[in-house]
Design a protein around this ligand. Sequence first.
Ligand code: SAH
Length: 213
Amino acid sequence: MITSAEQKMQFLYALRSKGVTDKRVLTAMEKIDRADFIKGIFANRAYEDMPLPIACGQTISQPSVVALMTQALQVQPRDKILEVGTGSGYQAAILSQLGRRIYTIDRHRRLAQTAQKLFERLDLGNITVISGDGSFGLPDQAPFDRIIVTAAAEDPPGPLLAQLRIGGIMVVPVGQSDTVQGLIKVTRTETGYEYDELRPVRFVPLLEGIAPE
Ligand code: SAH
C-alpha cells in the first residue's frame, strides 16, 4: 500500500484528472505500490506521474498511461492476459488484480528474473513471467482474452493478432520509436479486426530477438 495518505490522494487525483474513471482500475492502482517496482535514486519519485528509468536502459511507464491502457483493455475477472514487455513488472501487477491469469514476457532475462522474484515477494501468484521475444506471442497459451504491448511496434504484430480470441481486445502503441506513437485498441470480431486510435503515447521500441546480457 502507498504509505502517506496525502501522497496516495495526490496519486489517485492525478489519475482521475487524466481520465481514469474505472473503479476497479483505480482500486488496483491504489493497492499496488509503484515504489516496489523502482530501485535506487528514483524510488522517492514513485508517486509522480512520469516515466522513470529502470535496469537495462528501459523505463517504467507513467502511472496515468498504465491506468488508461488498463482501462482501455476492459479486463474481465475470468480473462487470460498476455503482456509483451514486462519491464519493472508494474503493469503486470496491476493486471493481476483484474484478470484471472497473466503471462508477461520480456526480451531482457534480467528484467524477467527480477520481476518474477518481486511477484513472489508480493504474493502475486497469478502471474507467469517468461524471458524471450514477445513479438511472436506465446502460442502454447493462446488464445488470449486480452493482449497488452508496452513497447512500440511499427504495426500491430501479426502473431499477436492471431493469438487474440474472438471478442478479445489488444492495446498496442504503434509508430516509429523516436517519435510520438498512437495507442491503438484492436478488437477481434467474428469476421476480422476493428481498430480505434486512442491517444498519443511514447514508448521504447519493440525489438526483435533476445537481448544480449
Ligand atoms: N510494462 C513495463 C514497461 C515496459 S518498458 C512496466 O510496467 O514497467 C518496455 C519493455 O519491453 C522493456 O523492458 C523491453 O525490454 C521490452 N521489450 C521490447 N521488445 C520486446 C520484445 N520483442 N519481446 C519482449 N519484450 C520486449
